[in-house]
Design a protein around this ligand. Structure first.
Ligand SMILES: CC(=O)SCCNC(=O)CCNC(=O)[C@H](O)C(C)(C)COP(=O)(O)OP(=O)(O)OC[C@H]1O[C@@H](n2cnc3c(N)ncnc32)[C@H](O)[C@@H]1OP(=O)(O)O
Length: 310
């Protein structure tokens, strides 16, 4: 089997819901890291790129149809380069990278971009069509996160819990205390703050210039979700799922906007374009768990597999 190397990786900052990146169209947001890869790797003949695979979980708004293809065209890559969008919900971009690596390892292709985009801020409201003639029924669904257009059979068989509800289920089943969740959240916040202060993300973040209604554009160059906090402040927060619950705004993941792209190459492409190869030859597999919406539990073994050399 051939080697697949990660040769470059970039991302936008991660914007808060309604934050600095919320006015950037999702397809434009998706194009930014591809454009950055092109600028950072001028020796590559981008017309020879084999494919662009992007993960995207929403696809109901400006990311509809095939946002990978729209992103590569908006970034200025030649029209003959194809693109495909893949959905494994929260793990979509990771799956895009894996799919690209597998294609290179199989020997079918040499040069791929894989990445993803999500704009929670710009996720639209959607409305289904009427079920019968003259129906006046209209139901608007919010596509930001969670289930919509629920199939009753699905609900009855597996449940349709949201992510915070899923987190409560996991905490109950695995006996993860509120204190442990808060401690994990605090450590995560502290690590993020230190990494930002030390400039750890500078190499991978592309500053995004966001036009304003008046005045100069605002440059967004720092992740917006991390915030300074204390154990006491975290402990005071109320449960978001139920009042006595353990999942809070402080220990839950956030609702964010951002995009990323990774350049993957074979030995031949590395040599041809003078790329700097990163990790070679890795593999993983996906595992499903007992509950349809238990993505958190599903994801954990995947990360282990991701780290394990093939
Ligand atoms: C494919 C996919 O990606 S699926 C999506 C997976 N992700 C999810 O499901 C996201 C889950 N998270 C959420 O839905 C939301 O973040 C929620 C519901 C948990 C919280 O949302 P919000 O209520 O909008 O959070 P918000 O940031 O406003 O915080 C609420 C309060 O907690 C406080 N707070 C939040 N974090 C902290 C913290 N670390 N320390 C102290 N206080 C905090 C805020 O200051 C705010 O206080 P205020 O009301 O007095 O102003």
């Amino acid at each position: 089997m051939n080697n697949a190397y990660i040769c470059d990786a970039v991302r936008t900052p991660i914007g808060r819901y309604g934050g600095g990146l919320s006015t950037v169209r999702t397809d434009d947001l998706a194009a930014l890291p591809i454009k950055a890869l092109m600028e950072r790797n001028p020796n590559v003949d981008w017309s020879k790129l084999d494919d662009v695979i992007y993960g995207c979980a929403n696809q109901a708004g400006e990311d509809n149809r095939n946002v990978a293809r729209m992103a590569l065209l908006l970034a200025g890559i030649d029209v003959q380069v194809p693109g495909a969008t893949l959905n494994r919900l929260c793990a979509s971009s990771l799956d895009a990278v894996g799919t690209a690596a597998r294609a290179i390892k199989s020997g079918e292709v040499d040069l791929m971009i894989a990445g993803g985009v999500e704009s929670m801020s710009r996720a639209p409201f959607v409305m289904g069509k009427a079920e019968s003639a003259y129906s006046r029924a209209a139901k608007i669904e919010d596509t930001t996160i969670g289930w919509r257009f629920i199939n009753p059979k699905m609900k009855a068989a597996f449940g349709v819990d949201s992510m915070p509800e899923t987190a409560e289920n996991v905490a109950d089943d695995f006996k993860i205390s509120r204190a442990d969740q808060d401690a994990f959240a605090l450590r995560s916040q502290q690590r993020a703050a230190k990494s930002i202060a030390d400039g750890v993300f500078k190499e991978e973040i592309i500053p995004v210039s966001v036009p304003q209604r008046k005045g100069d554009p605002v440059v967004v160059d720092t992740d917006e979700h991390p915030r300074a906090t204390t154990p006491e402040a975290l402990a005071k927060l109320k449960g978001v799922v139920r009042p006595d619950g353990s999942v809070t705004a402080g220990n839950a993941s956030g609702v964010n906007d951002g995009s990323c792209a990774v350049l993957l190459a074979s030995d031949e492409a590395v040599k041809k374009y003078g790329l700097t190869p990163g990790r070679a030859s890795w593999g993983w597999l996906w595992l499903a768990w007992r509950h349809a919406s238990w993505v958190s539990v599903q994801f954990r073994p995947c990360v282990k597999c991701w780290k394990k050399p093939a």
